[in-house]
Write a protein that binds this ligand. Structure first.
Ligand code: PHB
Length: 394
């Protein structure tokens, strides 16, 4: 028996060799090279915590898939972008040109992301943005290989503008950091607020990432608006919300904003943030089974609660997976990868979403209110809000 079997094996092997005319090395199944994932995120500065949450969210999804995406091994390359636009082009080229990554995941800061989007477009590189909302990225400079798993700056801002008008506020002051995200957020708020009959009394700003807010707060107090709208995030949001409450104005002039003002920040803000109303595509107690499972696994793995940034990182990994699956795991088949992402329905913790024609999530914008350490779901501000994608031609 043994002898006969080995003879058959030998014969088959010989036949295979003759048929293919190939050497042993070539007939053995080729081991695919790992997919090179470049993470370009802020690991220092006011947005450092946001960068870490995004990376953790991304890696959680990979871990849930057994360490592979669509059957492919993953190899990581990392760059700290420091939220510094002046270093952004050099930094992204460390990943694209030096490390020759297959896909770039990043970043948080709109000014940095604008440079990344231009570099990705020039080199036809796949880029998935897990936060930065710069409107132009899914507007005038949109491109086939650039996607967002997050939001446009316009989306939560416009929703808050409409909500503030509906609440009966007539006069608003806006205050933000003077860069793309802050300015676009204020613009989106003004659009929604003015449509609903509101008026912007004054728009104030301060250079990013400064946190010397006293002069601005004194001015707000003297102008007595009905409401203050503000975009800050990360360490800056912690400081602004605390400084605002310290003046006592939070008792008479509500401070509102996109949810970044109170997301991932509540432990540090404590009493200062209680009761605040914000709008965002995520909340801490959504009644969505997918979200509950995600939050549980996130908390178990990282010993901290998930936030919107973790969700956006997780969903970036889901989008990449959808693209890979459409290309049978071959990241070099870029057209198939892109089409796969364009067609995907992402089963996000925020709720299922699809992408608009300009590659930005179309999702519900929730109304949230701070209670304890949670941004509690209060209702939907606008259902299935799509960024208008103004100026995008692909
Ligand atoms: C941005 O720069 O686009 C940005 C940064 C932090 C946020 C949201 C948007 O939380």
């Amino acid at each position: 028996m043994f002898h006969r079997h080995s003879t058959i094996h030998l014969t088959l092997a010989a036949a295979a060799f003759v048929l293919t005319g190939a050497s042993h090395a070539q007939t053995a199944p080729a081991k695919a090279a790992p997919i090179k994932v470049g993470l370009m995120l802020p690991y220092t500065g006011t947005y450092a915590n946001l960068g870490n949450m995004i990376e953790n969210g991304f890696k959680l999804y990979v871990q849930e898939q057994g360490g592979k995406l669509a059957g492919q091994e993953i190899q990581y390359f990392k760059v700290d972008d420091e939220s510094d636009p002046s270093k952004a082009t050099d930094n992204v080229n460390k990943l694209i040109k030096r490390d020759q990554v297959d896909v770039v995941i990043g970043t948080v800061h709109s000014g940095v992301a604008l440079a990344m989007a231009r570099a990705a477009k020039e080199s036809n590189k796949l880029l998935i943005i897990p936060n930065a909302g710069a409107d132009a990225i899914t507007g005038p400079i949109c491109s086939k290989t650039v996607f967002r798993s997050s939001f446009s700056n316009w989306q939560p801002a416009y929703a808050m503008g409409q909500l503030a008008a509906k609440k009966g506020y007539k006069k608003a002051i806006t205050v933000t950091w003077n860069y793309a995200a802050g300015n676009e957020s204020v613009k989106g708020f003004a659009e929604g607020f003015e449509k609903g009959g509101g008026k912007i009394m004054q728009s104030m700003n301060i250079a990013f990432p400064n946190v010397e807010f006293q002069a601005l707060l004194t001015q707000i107090a003297s102008q007595k608006p009905d409401v203050v709208y503000s975009f800050f995030a990360g360490g800056g949001a912690v400081k602004f919300v605390k400084d605002y409450a310290a003046t006592g104005m939070n008792k008479t002039i509500p401070l509102v904003g996109p949810g970044f003002l109170t997301d991932g920040t509540l432990e540090a803000q404590g009493a200062a943030a209680q009761g605040m109303i914000t709008t965002l595509h995520y909340a801490d107690n959504l009644n969505i089974a997918r979200d509950k499972a995600f939050r549980l696994n996130f908390a178990k793995t990282y010993k901290t609660n998930a936030d919107v940034y973790a969700v956006q990182g997780y969903d970036a990994a889901q989008m990449l997976t959808a693209g890979l699956k459409a290309a049978n795991g071959d990241i070099r088949k870029l057209e198939q990868v892109v089409t796969g992402i364009e067609k995907a329905e992402i089963d996000s913790p925020r709720g299922k979403f699809k992408l608009s024609a300009s590659h930005n999530p179309v999702h519900d914008i929730y109304i949230r209110q701070v209670k304890g350490n949670l941004n509690e779901f209060q209702g939907v501000a606008i259902k299935q809000l799509a960024d208008p994608g103004r100026g995008c031609k692909m």
